[in-house]
Design a protein around this ligand. Structure first.
Ligand code: DX5
Ligand code: ZN
Length: 229
């Protein structure tokens, strides 16, 4: 298995979250954001334990593979990530992000993801101290800072996330290897600018893109809200 996601390179990536897409027209929704210049597709996986909601499994990821040129950025909001890594890697995930708060030894989980030839990310919920990342930053390609409590699309951005993004950016600066800093939750044309200025270089956006009357316009507005992209 290989990953289509390049190491962090100073570019800003926008990753529409399919959680808010109209699943009746999934192919059309994907084509629309591809044409609008999306960089990755974000797939939210929820198990009903780690978060109080259920969403997509490996079959959903498999249904996308080969149908889109975009890399698949899979966010595992599950209590026991270890058991799901191989099924999602085999289904075609390019990046698997697990939560620092989930069960299992995080170093083993990250090593398992890399052993399957794909990129590994770690995510923290809004109440988790970013310092937990210090011990594992050498093992990750991406850090995902949640800017809402995970589980549902369409929530409002938590303003205290900006300081947390700055903290994580300074950890990345001193770690000596390229790490994406992705932010997820409540991203729209208003919040994108401050989030990027705080240090993010990958933005997940669900509701702001897929619930807009014109998703292409909405994605472009997020891109334009960001300085220098
Ligand atoms: C929330 C998910 C997000 C969600 C973002 O638990 O991880 O990816 O889809 O949706 P918006 O952009 O609507 O906040
Ligand atoms: Zn997500």
């Amino acid at each position: 298995m290989t990953s289509k996601i390049a190491p962090a390179n100073g570019k800003i990536c926008i990753a529409p979250s399919l959680l808010s897409a109209d699943l009746w027209q999934l192919g059309e929704e994907v084509r629309r954001v591809e044409k609008a210049g999306a960089d990755w597709l974000h797939v939210d996986v929820m198990d009903g334990h780690f978060v109080p909601n259920l969403s997509f499994g490996p079959a959903f990821v498999r249904s996308l593979k080969g149908k889109t040129v975009l890399p698949l950025d899979v966010h595992l909001m599950v209590q026991q990530p270890l058991q799901f890594i191989k099924p999602f890697a085999q289904a075609g995930a390019d990046l698997l992000t697990v939560h620092a708060e989930a069960e299992g030894r995080i170093t083993d989980i990250l090593a398992h993801i890399h052993a399957l030839g794909i990129k590994a990310g770690v995510s923290i919920k809004p109440d988790t101290d970013p310092h937990v990342l210090q011990a594992i930053i050498g093992q990750v390609d991406l850090i995902l800072v949640m800017s809402v409590y995970p589980g549902f699309g369409g929530q409002s951005f938590l303003p205290q996330s900006l300081g947390r993004i700055e903290q994580v950016r300074s950890l990345i600066r001193t770690c000596g290897h390229p790490v994406w800093l992705e932010v997820d939750g409540g991203i729209n044309a208003q919040t994108a600018g401050p989030v990027i200025r705080a240090g993010a270089d990958a933005l997940v956006a669900g509701n702001a893109i897929f619930s807009a009357a014109d998703p292409v316009h909405a994605l472009n507005q997020i891109r334009q809200a960001a300085p220098d992209i």
